[in-house]
Design a binder for this molecule. Structure first.
Ligand code: PGA
Length: 259
């Protein structure tokens, strides 16, 4: 693995149901993570729970991530944008990372262009983007590779070269998300990770490209994490449903930490 840093990112999506449950889940993960040495744990709750996690977060090395941000970053960090949350407001809630381009948001209308705008905002605000990319389906002709290429090229096109190494790319094939039993195999993962690297090299050169961390997401479980991390040439995982069970999530973190 090229990378020095390893990550396990929990994407809670629209879970759990209440702030009390969110705090309890976070505290349980925090308690069980005290022996983790080499892996950055990032928890991305729904925005409404960011304040609750911020309170539970003190003195801990778990980082907080957001699942979304508004694409415009007015210098004041505020404005007439009903329903939106600015990068400055996220920073005020101790957020350090932001998921951008998740397939579930793309399905709601987020285009490659919007993802590029948001990515720019995140980088400008000195937050770390977790850029999600991934094909909806696999085809035998290999069209899915062009799909991935376009997602990466559009998203990164306006990012200054000296900021590229701060980006985490989460490869999440849509067909593998939320299945429970159907994650991608390590061999295919390895192939895509090389392909992503090749795209980055052609855009930014070898040195910058080798600084970008690629994680995998899509039905990562404690039962398949070891096989994926060993064979996949990746820096960690973006975990959805398994991140809602503290003991499952921590088992995945331990596997990455010991890899
Ligand atoms: P999953 O979700 O682990 O439930 O497949 C991953 C994601 O959508 O980020």
């Amino acid at each position: 693995m090229n990378s020095k840093t390893k990550y396990v990112i929990g994407n809670w999506k629209m879970e759990p149901r209440t702030a009390v449950e969110a705090r309890a889940l976070f505290l349980s993960i925090k308690k069980q993570s005290s022996r983790i040495k080499n892996t950055s744990i990032i928890i991305c709750p729904p925005a409404i729970f960011l304040g609750d996690l911020q309170m539970a977060h003190s003195g801990n090395k778990i980082s907080i991530g957001a699942q979304n941000v508004f694409w415009e970053n007015p210098s004041s960090g505020r404005g007439a944008f009903t329903g939106e949350i600015s990068a400055n407001q996220l920073i005020d809630s101790s957020v350090e990372y932001v998921i951008v381009g998740h397939s579930e948001r793309r399905a709601l209308g987020e285009t490659n262009e919007i993802v590029a705008e948001k990515l720019h905002t995140i980088v400008e605000a000195k937050l770390t983007p977790i850029l999600c990319i991934g094909e909806r389906l696999r085809d035998e002709e290999g069209e899915y590779l062009s799909f991935i290429k376009e997602q990466i090229e559009t998203a990164l096109r306006d990012v200054p070269h000296n900021k590229i190494k701060n980006i985490i790319i989460a490869y999440e094939p849509v067909w593998a998300i939320g299945r429970g039993d159907d994650a991608m195999g390590p061999k295919d993962m390895h192939e895509v990770s090389l392909y992503i690297h090749k795209i980055l090299v052609s855009m930014f050169g070898k040195k910058i490209a080798s600084g970008v961390d690629v994680v995998y997401g899509g039905s990562v479980e404690r039962s398949n994490a070891e096989e994926l991390i060993k064979g996949g040439e990746i820096s960690g995982f973006l975990v959805g449903h398994a991140s809602l069970y503290a003991d499952h999530f921590i088992d995945i973190v331990k596997i990455v930490d010991n890899s």
